[in-house]
Design a protein around this ligand. Structure first.
Ligand code: SAM
Length: 282
C-alpha cells in the first residue's frame, strides 16, 4: 500500500480555509487539521472560530507577519521532533498575500515535505466570475500605496495583454481605480466584493465608469482588469473621422464619441478633445 506523506517524514501542510463562507472548507482540509500535531495560525482567535465550527481540537501557535522570523526555529524544532504541522491564515490560501512563503521555503530547504491542501482563494473566485479573459492572467496582489510607486508598477503592465488581478482594501478602492484609469486608460474592469458572502457583489464595467461610481467602503475587493489585448488593432482613420463615420451612419455626436472611445479603448474625453479641436468647438 502506498505510504501517506505523514508516515514517510514530517510534513508542513499548507491548508486553504474559506474566504468568507464557512461551507467552503474542504473535507480534506478538515481531515488534515484533525490529524496534524500542531496548527500554525495567522490569528489564533479568528482560526479558533473555524476550528470550533468543525470540531477540530488542536493546539495552535500564532504565526504572522510580525513574528514569522522568531517562529522559524520553533517550526524547525517541531519537524525535528517528527511532528506534522498545518499552516493556515485568516482566510483563503496561506502565502497568497498572507504569511507562508518564508517558512515554506525554509522547510523545503531542510528536506521536509511541503504539501498543499487546496481550497478557497479570492484570486480564482474573482477571475472565473469576471467574464474577462482568464488565460493568461497576472496576479499583482496589493499595489504599493504611494501613488508614484503604484504608477511605476502599473506602467510596466501598460502594453501587456494579460488580465490583471489586484487585491485592494475598501478604503483605497476609489483612489486606486482613479490611478488605474490614469495609467492604463479606459478598459473593462470587474470589481468583485465580498465573494462567497451574503452581500457578494460583482460590478462589471469600465474604468472610466467605475471612477464615477460610489464604492462601498466596507468589505473586501478584488479588481480584475482587462489586458491590452487590442494592442494589435490599427485604425486606418483618425479619431475624428471615426466619429464622423458613425454620425453619418445615424448616431448622434454624443453616442458616436462614446462608441469610438469603447472601440478604440481610449477615454471619452480624449475623443471629445480631438473632435472639439477639429470642429473648433470652444
Ligand atoms: N490569502 C487570501 C487569499 O487566498 O485570497 C488573501 C489574503 S489578503 C490579506 C486579503 C485580500 O484578499 C483582501 O483585501 C481582498 O483584496 C482579497 N479578499 C479576501 N477575501 C475576499 C472576499 N471574500 N471577497 C473579495 N476579496 C477578498
Amino acid at each position: 500500500m502506498q505510504k501517506s506523506f505523514m508516515e514517510e517524514k514530517p510534513t508542513l501542510f499548507v491548508v486553504s480555509t474559506p474566504i468568507g463562507n464557512l461551507g467552503d472548507m474542504t473535507y480534506r482540509a478538515v481531515e488534515i487539521l484533525k490529524k496534524v500535531d500542531i496548527i500554525l495560525a495567522e490569528d489564533t482567535r479568528t482560526s479558533g472560530t473555524l476550528l470550533n465550527h468543525y470540531q477540530i481540537k488542536k493546539q495552535m501557535i500564532s504565526y504572522h507577519e510580525f513574528n514569522k522570523n522568531d517562529k522559524e526555529s520553533v517550526v524547525i524544532s517541531l519537524l525535528e521532533e517528527q511532528k506534522n504541522i498545518a499552516l493556515i491564515s485568516d482566510a483563503g490560501t496561506p502565502g497568497i498575500n498572507d504569511p507562508g512563503y518564508e517558512i515554506i521555503k525554509k522547510v523545503i530547504e531542510l528536506g521536509y515535505h511541503v504539501v498543499s491542501i487546496p481550497g478557497a482563494s479570492a484570486i480564482l473566485a474573482a477571475i472565473v466570475s469576471s467574464g474577462l479573459i482568464i488565460q493568461p492572467f497576472t496576479f499583482l496582489g496589493f499595489l504599493p500605496r504611494k501613488q508614484v510607486e503604484m504608477k511605476r508598477v502599473l506602467e510596466t503592465y501598460l502594453k501587456r495583454k494579460e488580465t490583471l488581478v489586484i487585491y485592494e482594501s475598501p478604503l483605497r478602492i476609489s483612489k486606486t481605480l482613479a490611478t488605474l484609469f490614469k495609467v492604463l486608460g479606459d478598459r473593462k474592469v470587474v470589481l468583485a466584493r465580498e465573494l462567497t458572502k451574503k452581500f457578494e457583489t460583482i460590478i462589471r464595467t469600465t474604468l472610466e465608469n467605475a471612477i464615477e461610481m460610489e464604492h462601498n467602503p466596507k468589505g473586501e475587493y478584488v479588481i480584475i482588469i482587462e489586458g491590452d489585448y487590442h494592442i494589435q488593432t490599427v485604425f486606418d482613420e483618425s479619431i475624428v473621422d471615426h466619429v464622423k463615420k458613425l454620425v453619418d451612419m445615424g448616431l448622434n455626436e454624443k453616442d458616436a464619441m462614446k462608441k469610438v472611445s469603447i472601440e478604440r479603448h481610449i477615454s471619452k474625453s480624449e475623443v471629445y478633445q480631438a473632435y472639439k479641436i477639429d470642429n473648433k468647438i470652444t
